[in-house]
Design a binder for this molecule. Structure first.
Ligand SMILES: NC(=O)c1ccc[n+]([C@@H]2O[C@H](COP(=O)([O-])OP(=O)(O)OC[C@H]3O[C@@H](n4cnc5c(N)ncnc54)[C@H](OP(=O)(O)O)[C@@H]3O)[C@@H](O)[C@H]2O)c1
Length: 286
């Protein structure tokens, strides 16, 4: 299926009510090969043209290089994008958080981060201290919102018990056909608490494309296997997907996944190949 210019980008509200594109762009793995840089930047820009304005990156990716590449791709177009970046847990404490955030801002070549996520949780620093550090960044105008990543239900429960909880915007977690554990408890928890989920590795870093069942469903929908994988993740109204694509053709293909509508027959066939969880599965992490 090719991009249909008439299909508008679907949006979903974050906890704040601000609406963001349900299909964004990941950046893990970008900025690692200088010979690819030109095409990677072009791919992000094509994604922006197509409304995939939510761009997910992290201080960790390519050791800051991915943020730099995003900054370059957004030159002259900053206001079109919703930038999500992540801070390492070891950098979330009183002074280091400000330094980390300012370094991200410099690399991204911007004066504000739209959504700053705690990349994962480490037991060393208490959660309330981490949230206080993130709130200080909001007050300083360096970030507009904060959220978390790789938080399982037990972590979300603890977060919900803290006074800062109402400000959390999302939990970014691993979710795709081959990683359905969150359907058992985390997705229902987030639905109940009106917390949108951001699904990372929505096509399992490309590995899902080797499964024949996706191609079979794709043929019926006149689509491609990655489009089926993305349409499947995006069937939930409160889930945002952030596939990474360093090739323009892949970005265009991914954008067109919004036009793929899976039928009950398709979903049943996918369920047989990738059964939904019947008990608690600890949150998986890539
Ligand atoms: N919070 C966290 O801990 C965490 C962890 C992992 C990932 N993430 C975020 O989530 C983003 C996405 O996850 P991911 O990068 O791990 O995996 P992914 O998006 O599931 O898969 C990326 C791979 O799929 C390929 N691909 C994408 N679209 C394609 C298409 N239409 N046809 C064929 N191949 C296609 C890409 O190829 P090309 O690059 O060659 O186009 C790349 O090799 C990351 O980039 C990152 O921003 C967050």
């Amino acid at each position: 299926m090719t991009v249909n210019a008439a299909t508008k980008m679907r949006k979903a509200p974050l906890s704040s009510g601000e609406r963001v594109a349900v299909l964004g762009q990941g950046t893990w793995g970008l900025a690692e090969r200088p010979t690819q840089r030109h095409e990677e930047i072009a791919a992000l820009r094509v994604g922006l043209d197509l409304g995939m304005t939510l761009i997910d990156t992290a201080e960790m990716y390519a050791d800051g290089g991915a943020e730099r590449l995003v900054g370059e791709a957004l030159a002259g177009r900053r206001d079109e994008a919703f930038i999500v970046t992540k801070v390492l847990p070891s950098n979330v404490e009183r002074h280091r958080t400000i330094e980390s955030c300012e370094a991200s801002l410099r690399r991204l070549n911007t004066d504000r981060i739209d959504l700053y996520l705690l990349h994962w949780r480490e037991p060393v620093t208490p959660l309330d201290e981490m949230l206080t550090a993130l709130e200080r960044l909001v007050q300083a105008g360096k970030i507009r919102h904060w959220g978390v990543s790789n938080f399982d239900v037990i972590d979300l429960e603890e977060l919900a018990s803290l006074p800062e909880a109402s400000a959390v915007q999302t939990d970014q977690v691993l979710y795709n056909l081959a990683r359905r554990g969150i359907e058992y408890d985390l997705l229902p928890w987030c639905r109940e608490h009106h917390l949108p989920v951001m699904a990372y590795s929505p096509i399992e870093q490309g590995r899902l494309l080797m499964r024949h069942v996706l191609s079979r469903v794709a043929v019926r929908r006149e689509a491609t296997a990655p489009q089926v994988a993305l349409a499947w993740v995006l069937r939930h109204p409160n889930v945002i997907a952030i596939p990474k694509a360093s090739h323009i053709s892949h970005v265009k293909q991914n954008r067109a996944a919004l036009d793929v509508h899976l039928t009950a027959e398709d979903l049943a066939e996918l369920d047989r190949a990738f059964p939904p969880p019947v008990h608690k599965v600890p949150l998986e992490i890539i």
